[in-house]
Write a protein that binds this ligand. Structure first.
Ligand SMILES: Nc1ncnc2c1ncn2[C@@H]1O[C@H](COP(=O)(O)OP(=O)(O)OP(=O)(O)O)[C@@H](O)[C@H]1O
Length: 360
């Protein structure tokens, strides 16, 4: 069932256009307040846009100002951060609720509940009430309840964000199985969720979709700083040079991967911080071939960029050294050896293999 949405809501400064192909999962990414939940609310029928249209397959969800189909007649299931199960019903009764309300007999609804509890590994606590479940168990039961209703469109609003890392990883695995072939919009802050669960991504910023496309293309060649941040890359804008890019402030970098951009034309570059080295001082001595285990040819000798440290942030087991030019991701021991502080002058060693140049 393919989805098309074009709608706006001035009170929230949201105006979006997006589409999801039949059976595809679209990850909707964006910072806090970007409008992601607002989009889900419009699709679920909980929030009425000022104008616009949404269609699911050949059915119209709304076509304002004339048509507005109420939430329970849309065939759309919304699963939020909190499981929001009916507290007075057992897991089995929660899961059977959708089929029962859609007119299934008690026996049919029970069969369908059993099937979804099996697929979401919730059968072992089928007779418990929601208050007797852990967060992860409740969220699994909520997935079973949402899918047992056989929605034509599934909306997931950060379904893993309230869970511990290990529990989230398990549920991510379950979701990967049940989302296959199902038209889904998944709101997430997490690039890993997008990579593992979605086919395409749309990135929202300040109420607008700022880029959308196939996962790898968007995350590996970002066009918006938020997308770059999410992918852990540094985004530069400038003009294509014979060997790479020159930024507006005169930084020249060579790149190994260069898409078809004419020399002189506007270009973007994504730089991988984990490949950037930080050396002490603005005029660091050159690294000689003898410093490196492998022989360094001129083509892959790093470019030297003077920079000023603007921030030091722990990131997993590394430190993200932010500078006025590029970020570097280095081991804590290097930060200690260099005695790095905010405001320090350093030299960044940027190998051409860390730089990808593509059209602006
Ligand atoms: N109940 C509300 N009443 C009025 N404005 C709201 C309400 N909820 C959100 N907004 C505003 O609408 C805009 C979009 O918010 P929305 O919740 O859709 O963003 P989001 O991308 O889902 O953010 P988050 O990642 O924090 O959940 C923001 O400017 C927000 O302040």
């Amino acid at each position: 069932m393919s989805l098309r949405l074009a709608a706006s809501l001035a009170a929230r400064d949201v105006a979006v256009e997006l589409s999801v192909a039949d059976g595809e999962t679209l990850a909707l990414l964006g910072p806090n307040g970007a409008g992601k939940s607002t989009v889900l609310g419009m699709l679920a029928g909980l929030l009425r846009p000022d104008d616009g249209r949404a269609t699911l397959g050949d059915e119209t969800l709304f076509d304002l100002p004339r048509d507005w189909r109420p939430p329970h007649l849309r065939g759309v299931a919304l699963l939020a951060q909190d499981a929001l199960l009916f507290p007075h019903l057992s897991v089995r009764e929660n899961v059977a609720f959708g089929p029962r309300s859609a007119g299934a007999t008690r026996a049919e609804a029970a069969d369908r509940a059993d099937e979804w509890m099996r697929r979401t590994a919730t059968a072992e606590f089928a007779d418990r009430r929601p208050s007797e479940l852990s967060g992860g168990q409740a969220q699994r039961a909520a997935v079973a309840r949402a899918l047992a209703a056989e929605p034509r469109l599934l909306l997931l609003d950060e379904p893993l964000s309230a869970l511990d890392v290990g529990v989230a990883a398990e549920l991510r695995g379950t979701l990967a199985g049940v989302l296959a072939g199902r038209t889904t919009v998944l709101v997430t802050h997490d690039a890993l969720d997008a990579y593992l669960l979605a086919d395409r991504v749309a990135v929202m910023h300040a109420g607008r979709v700022v880029e959308q496309g196939p996962m790898r293309q968007v995350l590996e060649r970002p066009r918006h700083p938020f997308t770059a941040e999410l992918s852990g890359l540094t985004l530069l804008t400038g003009a294509r040079t014979a060997e790479g890019i020159e930024t507006g402030d005169g930084m020249r970098l060579r790149a190994t991967a260069v898409a078809a951009v004419p020399v002189g034309a506007p270009a973007l570059a994504a730089v991988r911080p984990s490949a950037v080295r930080v050396l002490a001082g603005a005029g660091s001595t050159r690294v000689t071939d003898a410093d490196r285990p492998e022989r360094v040819t001129d083509a892959d000798r790093p470019d030297r960029i003077p920079a000023i440290v603007t921030g030091l942030e722990p990131q997993a087991d590394l430190v993200r050294v932010r500078t006025d030019r590029l970020d570097a991701l280095v081991p804590p021991a290097d930060v200690a050896d260099l005695r790095l502080r905010i405001g320090d002058r350093v030299t960044l060693d940027v190998p051409p293999s860390a730089v990808t140049v593509y059209p602006a």
